[in-house]
Design a binder for this molecule. Structure first.
Ligand code: BES
Ligand code: MN
Ligand code: ZN
Length: 492
């Protein structure tokens, strides 16, 4: 598929389908739209009336144009109120229209959307991302690919000549999102600690990243007892993956992205029961997947910041050498942890990964993790939790997430709740009481970062969606990649 920007007026554009973006309560056809409708012998006006189109965000309609028209189909996409226009409204609308056009067997698509905040490049990037992510299909595990006779070959963005570079940038980002989606979607018998290490190796080769993979013995030497305590039960070797992107000159900032990388989470001896969603626990490496996706995008974009991509990858299994509930583990910073629940394993793997990142002497660390069901209860499926005791880092990430169209909600780092993690014989327990479970999880992680500004993102909700909406779903979303890339690129 190809994207192009052009200044061809919409009244003279030719191709299979033309999509017009319309604001709420502004669906009267004036100016060049009236001209276009004249050429279409009133089809546009008819369509608007027929479906009672009001321009509501997320609404769309398409119809055939008769006669010898230069376009075969005309589509309309609602963009909501003009004054509320968000970049993500355009991303969503582009996704909806791209899927609609494919269903209608169009090969060439023209999109005429308004500009967001006089920022042509951001507008183009959002439209390209929405279309590309919406059209991504994953039939790797089907013996025959899904029935899809026609694929869109060309999408033209009308009114945006000059923003060619924004197309390239958006596609570097979507390539990262798609990598993350495919890693999350692939089940645990395909994505293992070993294949994650292989993926990292080829990613590093592709993008010119430095790579270091610590094997079990290396992790033992570093005293990573928390990570290895989880890994012990698995028949597969743990892999501690560390990739580094270094810019050509002196880096403006040095950052680390740390992702939870549980290729499967059975719960361990506190095994997940019926109705727990155990069959979905292939998603438990969604943090690592976002980390890899960001590495791919950043490795191609090549900004002037140094970025470390880190994941302690293993699975949480049961076997004769599984850790017992009640065991006491020692993390690489010397802290002792009483395991009162083996299903709170992500924070154990992250503990050693955060200690490792903290020792690198960087400006900021952000971790992403499908960490708690409690966060899903608090914020639902679409919104990730964000914790940081550093307001500046929280602000940077919030700004990045707005450009990215990924929703985060800042949650309290309520130190008082640390009471719930106090243990009788060890420095801390790995789980606190059920209320506020996502907050105590964040407080647990905080014990393993001493010297670096740090933020934590709980992505257990948005890592996956059962619904089809806009450019996502159903399936893995690749959540986090776009926010991470915008964060790394931001001039903070
Ligand atoms: N991987 C899960 C969290 C999760 C839940 C991910 C839903 C994706 C979707 C995590 O390891 C876990 O099991 N958390 C427990 C913690 C509890 C034992 C304190 C939970 O949330 O129930
Ligand atoms: Mn678990
Ligand atoms: Zn888990």
């Amino acid at each position: 598929m190809e994207f192009r920007v052009t200044d061809t007026p919409r009244s003279v554009w030719t191709g299979d389908a033309l999509v017009i973006g319309l604001f709420e309560d502004e669906v009267e056809l004036t100016g060049d739209l009236a001209q276009l409708d004249e050429k279409l012998t009133g089809t546009l006006k008819e369509l608007i009336e027929e479906v009672d189109f009001k321009g509501k965000a997320g609404s769309s309609a398409i119809t055939r144009v008769g006669g010898s028209s230069p376009i075969r189909k005309i589509a309309i996409a609602g963009l909501g109120k003009a004054e509320d226009l968000k970049l993500d409204t355009l991303r969503q609308a582009a996704g909806i229209c791209a899927k609609l056009a494919r269903k209608e067997k169009c090969k060439t698509l023209g999109i005429s959307f308004p500009m967001w905040k006089k920022d042509a490049d951001a507008t183009v990037a959002a439209i390209v991302e929405g279309a590309e992510l919406a059209l991504h299909q994953d039939s790797r595990f089907k013996s025959e690919p899904d029935e899809q006779s026609t694929q869109i070959q060309e999408i033209e963005l009308l009114g945006f000549a000059g923003s060619e570079s924004a197309i390239a940038r958006a596609r570097q980002i979507t390539a990262g999102v798609i990598l993350a989606r495919e890693l999350v979607a692939a089940p645990a018998n395909y994505v293992t600690p070993i294949t994650m290490a292989e993926t990292a190796q080829s990613l590093a080769a592709e993008c010119g990243l430095e790579i270091e993979i610590l094997e079990q013995e290396d992790c033992e030497k570093l005293g990573m007892g928390a990570f290895l305590g989880v890994a012990k039960a698995s028949d597969l070797p743990p892999k501690f993956i560390h990739m580094t992107y270094k810019p050509a000159g002196v880096p403006r900032r040095k950052l680390a992205i740390v992702g939870k990388g549980l290729t499967f989470d059975s719960g361990g001896l506190n095994i997940k029961g019926a109705g727990s969603g155990i069959e979905m626990m292939k998603v438990d490496m969604g943090g690592a997947a976002a980390t890899f996706g960001a590495a791919k995008a950043i490795g191609h974009i090549k900004p002037d910041v140094e970025v470390h991509f880190i994941s302690a990858v293993t699975e949480n299994m049961i076997s004769g050498h599984a850790m017992h509930p009640g065991d006491i583990l020692t993390a690489s910073n010397g802290k002792t942890i009483e395991i009162n629940n083996t299903d709170a394993e992500g924070r154990l793997t992250l503990a050693d990964a955060l200690v490792f990142a903290d020792k690198l002497g960087l400006d900021a660390i952000v971790d992403l993790a499908t960490l708690t069901g409690a966060c899903v209860i608090a914020l639902g499926d679409d919104i990730a939790g964000l914790w940081s005791s550093e307001d500046s880092v929280a602000a940077q990430l919030t700004a990045a997430s707005e450009l990215a169209g990924e929703k985060f909600w800042r949650m309290p780092m309520e130190e008082k709740y640390f009471e719930g993690l106090k243990a009788l014989h060890a420095d801390l327990k790995n789980t606190g009481p059920r209320p506020g479970g996502s907050i105590t999880a964040a407080l647990f992680l905080k014990q393993f970062v001493k010297d670096t500004a740090w933020a934590h993102m709980d992505i257990a909700g948005p890592v996956w969606t059962d619904k089809e909406n806009g450019y996502n779903g159903p399936g893995a979303t690749g959540f986090g990649v776009r926010t991470l890339v915008h964060w790394a690129l931001s001039k903070a």
